[in-house]
Design a protein. Structure first.
Lengths: 247, 85, 104
């Protein structure tokens, strides 16, 4: 402890940790029912109760819970992220876009060129890039049938561009990446507005559903995941180019 | 309560705890970056033991691939500036 | 037939452990890369052969995974050794021939 101020902060942190530790001890010694903090909260006083009967556009519509996944996708996580809560997912996409926007202000202006380190890496890198693109593409096409989805697929596709940069091959220009990112972002929101015009709700599936388990089932879900995957991959590849050229 | 998955989770939790303590207390910066990647990979395995495969794939792709690569780029820039002096 | 699959898995696990132990005990970067890639490749391929005996419906995906590992492992060791050469500028642990210790 260097001075009195850091000693005070450390004691406060230890007190908070000891309170949390006491509750953890109590849970672990219990018979498996959990901690009961209060007893007088009725179901109408819950925070979630105000949001269950809420819609963005209409006031009198209610949300029906329970049952099977009506949008015929076999993966329940995908149907929650892309169909039931698509509004939150688009806000996440906006947060990612604002984060990448901040990089442009920090990177300085003088750049260096991308050099090729050795001949072996320069010749062998495209074979690895093909394998990585295959794996990433498989993951977002089968987003509604198996675990995975659009976000890790975008990360894997950007790793394919990274290994190209480290081996001295710049396969895409930065202008192309910015165009891809902008087109994908606009398409997501224009599909939402189109679904508002066709059905009546914002971001609703307007393609008719088929059998569970097919490749072409679940309406608009693979299309949304594909757009999200391309947007994330373009943003992360832009970061790699700027980082490599700066240092 | 006593089955094999419980013991595997216990072992991986110990690896995560000791690894993160070591990454805090070491002097060399490069070792801290590598151990940080190992802790991220162990947390991905813990997600798989809790029966959440989507989160495990996302954590393995981003934590062990992208974050470590960005840290190595920053470390190289620090080394270049130290060599100039 | 299942016992054969479990034996292959055991051989693969032992060789992977020996690869990690070899990296810990070797004194230099060039020696460490030798121990890492040779023992790791054998361990992983043996593990995949054991898996393909136990579950025959996973064979195409396991072949692609083994191909990916066989493609990327020599390039990674090549890049690491080249970087170690450039960093140390030639001062390695065993500089001259180790058999000519006495005399010269």
């Amino acid at each position: 402890m260097r001075d009195e101020r850091s000693l005070f902060i450390n004691i406060v942190a230890l007190l908070i940790l000891s309170v949390i530790g006491f509750y953890i001890y109590k849970v672990s010694m219990d018979t498996g029912k959990g901690i009961k903090i209060t007893d007088n909260i009725t179901p109408q006083m819950r925070v979630a109760d105000r949001f269950m009967n809420k819609n963005v556009i209409k006031e009198e519509s209610k949300y029906v819970w329970g049952g099977t996944a009506e949008n015929t996708s076999a993966n329940i996580v995908t149907s929650v992220v892309v169909d039931y809560r698509l509004f939150d997912t688009t806000l996440e996409v906006i947060v990612l876009f604002v984060t990448i926007l901040g990089f442009g202000f920090v990177i300085p202006k003088d750049k260096r060129k991308i050099i090729k380190p050795t001949t072996i890496l320069n010749r062998w890198a495209p074979i690895l890039m093909i394998l990585m693109l295959m794996i990433g593409g498989y993951m977002f096409v089968n987003g509604h049938l198996s675990p995975g989805g659009g976000f890790p697929a975008g990360a894997i596709i950007s790793t394919a561009v990274l290994i190209g940069v480290l081996a001295g091959r710049k396969t895409l220009s930065q202008k192309t990446l910015k165009i891809i990112e902008a087109v994908a972002g606009i398409s997501i929101f224009s599909l939402g507005i189109a679904s508002f015009v066709i059905t009546g709700n914002f971001f609703q599936n307007f393609i008719l559903n088929d059998r569970i388990g097919d490749l072409f089932s679940a309406g608009l879900i693979p299309i949304f995941y594909g757009l999200i995957a391309f947007k994330v991959a373009a943003e992360l590849s832009n970061i790699y180019f700027e980082f490599y050229e700066e240092c | 309560m006593v089955n094999r998955v419980y013991y595997l989770g216990l072992i991986i939790a110990f690896i995560m705890a000791f690894g993160s303590l070591w990454a805090l207390l070491t002097d060399d910066l490069f070792k801290a970056i590598v151990v940080f990647g190992i802790v991220s990979l162990s947390s991905s395995v813990m997600f798989l033991l809790m029966q959440a495969p989507d989160v495990a794939i996302t954590e393995a792709a981003i934590g062990s691939g992208i974050t470590t690569a960005l840290f190595i780029f920053t470390y190289k820039k620090l080394e270049d500036r130290k060599d100039e002096r | 037939m299942e016992i054969l699959g479990w034996i292959f898995c055991l051989i693969g696990a032992v060789f992977l452990f020996l690869a990690g132990l070899g990296i810990y005990r070797m004194p230099d970067a060039l020696n460490q890369s030798q121990a890492g890639t040779k023992a790791s490749t054998l361990g992983i391929v043996s593990l995949f052969v054991g898996f393909s005996i136990l579950k025959p419906e996973w064979v195409p995906k396991l072949i692609i995974m083994a191909l990916f590992f066989l493609f990327s492992s020599p390039i990674a060791s090549h890049a690491i050794c080249k970087a170690a050469l450039r960093r140390n500028k030639g001062n390695f642990y065993l500089k001259e021939n180790a058999f000519l210790k006495d005399g010269e």
